[in-house]
Design a protein around this ligand. Sequence first.
Ligand code: GDP
Length: 295
Amino acid sequence: MFDNLSEKLDKALHNLKGHGKITEINVAETLKEVRRALLDADVNFKIAKEFTNTVKDKALGQNVLSTLQPGQLMVKIVKDELTQLMGGDAEGVDLSGNPSVILMSGLQGSGKTTFSGKLANFLKNKKTKKPLLVACDVYRPAAIDQLHVVGEQIGVEVYSDRGNTDPVVIAQAGIAHAKTLGCNVVIIDTAGRLAVDQEMMDEISNIHKAIQPQETLFVVDSMTGQDAVNTAKAFNDVLNFDGVILTKLDGDTRGGAAISIKSVVNKPIKFIGTGEKMEAIDVFYPSRMADRILG
Ligand code: GDP
């Protein structure tokens, strides 16, 4: 995960990690290289620039050059800022409702159906949660089949209504069904398109208004880099979602989406997907991710 970025940042910070004399000049050079490493990882230009400016200001503010171990302090400032950029403290999912309704949004292929299954499995394993999955993709029968396969795999009930073409009605009926089954979490998987379009936005917005979920999650493929950030912005404008799910972090992603998304939409990354299997889900901890990136 983020091997390339990790390697480049390690190289950039190498001089500081060594114990050579640290001067204003090599701090400036280091920051330039840090910025380049972020840009190479597909981090938005403005964010990369702000990042290095903040690190510089903090270094000046803490009078880094006159401290005993200036290199280590600089590395710590970079790590803290990276953590901050990706979201500060980890935030959970609101499960206070009865049932708690979680609405999935995102483009087709982003990993919504897979993640719906992973989250249901994750919650089911907590013992106090009994989830129900609801299939609201009325355009692709294969998507409904896929959710049923996932449900069977993890032993979670799936609600669908193949004859119905209104996703709002299906979502509402799904929630009613959850109540009769005694399920305390309802995860609603929705349709996605290959690109943002008005029809899809209207549809997800109508579902959102009708069911008023406790949590609206935006699922995005981290391999899509800068596009991931643009798509997040479009969905957030319409849904004002609560959190982001970054999928496919097991792939050869450069990491730009993970680093940029929080500061662009100001919503936390809540979970990450790290594989196709139902167990490949992790709660997102920004500080752990920063540790991983900076080694
Ligand atoms: P949806 O159209 O948004 O519902 O996307 P799907 O859940 O069908 O996922 C699209 C493809 O991505 C499928 O082949 C999934 O197996 C795959 N996929 C989903 N999440 C991950 C992940 O975290 N890692 C990897 N490697 N593949 C994933």
